[in-house]
Design a protein around this ligand. Structure first.
Ligand code: IMP
Length: 198
């Protein structure tokens, strides 16, 4: 297949995300570059929304590579915490916390709260210069469990429960998660549009 896009930059160093994109781009015959190909200091996420942060990362990637660039930003929003941690999901609690500490910190904050409603959100941006910004969003609704269940996934997966599937996110395989997750939905929308762009 001959494409308008020869090479695309995925503005991330997250190996899980890189693998996911590489898999999905395979059938398009497009080369993928990542931030491992460039000497770029860590990009500060100074935006006020997932979209703003995704755009900041996509612009930084585009500026250094001059390539059409994809970036995404995600997080968990919890209703009883005024929809926090949101854009601060990866930094929730103390600086020294790891994923597991953050998960237990969240459970502690929700102790005794009846409202356990939560949602994961992703904003994915495809940036190809000022006038070419495409945005794709995905939401996954669920509730926060009282204790972790399951060993798959990462981050808050073991305490995020999908009421339709009756499983936690950490009980899903990567392929099962992709079908229902915030990131999977945003990626699907992106690839649907991308097919018409190439
Ligand atoms: P990122 O922007 O995709 O790197 O996500 C930022 C943070 O949100 C992660 O470090 C996790 O804490 C949380 N997060 C985002 N997506 C997920 C998910 O699918 N499962 C669990 N936690 C997630």
């Amino acid at each position: 297949m001959n494409n308008k896009y020869d090479t695309i930059l995925i503005a991330t160093k997250n190996k899980g995300k890189i693998k996911e994109f590489e898999n999905m781009f395979k059938s398009f015959n497009i080369n993928i570059k990542t931030l491992y190909n460039y000497d770029l200091p860590e990009i500060e996420e100074t935006g006020n929304s997932f979209f703003e942060n995704a755009l900041i990362k996509a612009k930084a990637g585009y500026d250094i590579s001059n390539l059409p660039t994809i970036s995404d930003d995600s997080g968990l929003e919890v209703e009883a915490l005024n929809w926090k941690p949101g854009i601060h999901s990866a930094r929730f609690g103390k600086r020294s916390f790891n994923d597991q500490d953050r998960m237990f910190y969240l459970l502690e904050k929700l102790k005794g709260k009846k409202n356990r409603n939560a949602r994961f959100k992703t904003s994915l941006v495809f940036y190809n210069g000022e006038n070419q910004i495409n945005k794709f969003e995905g939401i996954w609704k669920g509730i926060i469990l009282k204790e972790p269940i399951g060993n798959n996934g990462f981050g808050y997966d073991p305490i995020f429960y999908d009421e339709n599937l009756k499983l936690s996110a950490a009980q899903l395989s990567p392929d099962e998660k992709k079908l229902v997750s915030h990131r999977g939905k945003a990626l699907k929308l992106f690839f649907e549009k991308f097919k018409s762009m190439i």
